[in-house]
Design a protein around this ligand. Structure first.
Ligand SMILES: NC(=O)c1ccc[n+]([C@@H]2O[C@H](COP(=O)([O-])OP(=O)(O)OC[C@H]3O[C@@H](n4cnc5c(N)ncnc54)[C@H](O)[C@@H]3O)[C@@H](O)[C@H]2O)c1
Length: 298
């Protein structure tokens, strides 16, 4: 970690910075925490694994950076092999994720493609089956957002783009992956606190995240009786390239939670480990609100 102040301390705030979408983690200052998790005193320590995902095979979309990279790394620490999907222009970030996964002795395969194309969603699953030989964990995690304060300034193109990126691939990838998944396997969908608080300046994104919560519930009801659990994460502010590449300077200045700081990707990845492992054996159709203390209904 490259910050004077612990990124897990109350009052930690990343300096304002901006990038072109989709953003690169290597350009962020400070670097978000991937492998380090908080200690009770505001410090941090290396995540301690316990073999919770030994020899499991995981597919993670948006796995090059942010929450996806941290999840790939913690999954590897817990014993899983992974395949990460991402946009071709993020190859450098993806290779960093590969290094992190390999550092923990696991395999990391890569799949660079635009998932707005449903054929790429199907190819992703074919690639995963050919490289990993199974899909035990599917983490639908990628997303696009762009801030617009007024519905009258929100173009039809942006509305379509947001839904084409954020929810349609979750359907296509899940539909292709489920025939390969068995009892004990899990799907995790990345939603957002915004679906619950109704963030006005991200109307399209917020709506697509609401669709993800409803998709999670409906899909869970289809598969829970077959032993395949489907759950969602609804993070609050997390320090990732998505933020630096899509939020205004003012929004980055106010990028915090009731805990007095944004989360680090590692803190959301611990929740993904929980949902991927049998520690969460009694959860399906549920949403984990890893949002820094915002009380929400649902
Ligand atoms: N960062 C936050 O504050 C925050 C808060 C709540 C929810 N989330 C959710 O967390 C998830 C991960 O985001 P992150 O914050 O780690 O940011 P990130 O920028 O690290 O990851 C987003 C990834 O989505 C992928 N992506 C975007 N468009 C794509 C496309 N068309 N095809 C294929 N891949 C595409 C890219 O690989 C990109 O790296 C997203 O679903 C996001 O909505 C983030």
């Amino acid at each position: 970690m490259s910050s004077d102040k612990s990124q897990f301390d109350i009052g930690f705030q990343p300096p304002v910075q901006q990038q072109e979408p989709p953003g690169l983690q290597k350009e962020l200052d400070p670097q978000p925490s991937t492998e380090y998790v908080p200690t009770p005193d505001g410090g941090y320590k290396l995540y301690q694994a316990a073999g919770k995902l030994k020899d499991r095979k995981a597919v993670i979309t948006g796995g090059d950076s942010g929450i996806g990279r941290a999840t790939a790394t913690l999954f590897a620490m817990e014993g899983a092999d992974v395949l990460i999907a991402y946009l071709p222009q993020e190859e450098e970030d993806a290779q960093e994720t590969v290094k992190l996964v390999e550092k923990y002795g696991r395999k990391c395969y890569t799949f660079a493609a635009d998932l707005k194309d449903k054929n790429n969603c199907k190819k992703l699953v074919e690639e995963a089956m050919s490289k990993l030989g199974a899909i035990n964990i599917l983490f639908n995690n990628h997303a696009y957002q762009m801030m617009t304060t007024d519905i009258h300034d929100l173009s039809e193109e942006q509305w379509d783009l947001t839904f084409a990126t954020n929810i349609h691939p979750f359907f296509y990838i899940s539909k292709a992956a489920l025939p390969h998944m068995k009892k004990g396997d899990t799907i995790i969908n990345d939603a957002s606190v915004n679906a619950y608080i109704g963030r006005p300046d991200l109307l399209d994104y917020t709506s697509s995240k609401g669709a993800i919560v409803a998709f999670t519930r409906g899909l869970s009801n289809q598969f829970v009786g077959k032993g395949i659990r489907v759950n969602a994460l609804a993070p609050g502010p997390v320090w990732t390239p998505l933020v630096a590449s899509t939020m205004t300077e003012e929004a980055i200045k106010q990028f915090t939670s009731p805990m007095g700081r944004p989360a680090q990707p590692s803190e959301i990845a611990t929740c993904a480990v929980f949902l991927a492992s049998t520690d969460s054996a009694q959860l399906s159709g549920q949403t984990i609100h890893c949002n820094g203390g915002v009380i929400v209904n649902g």
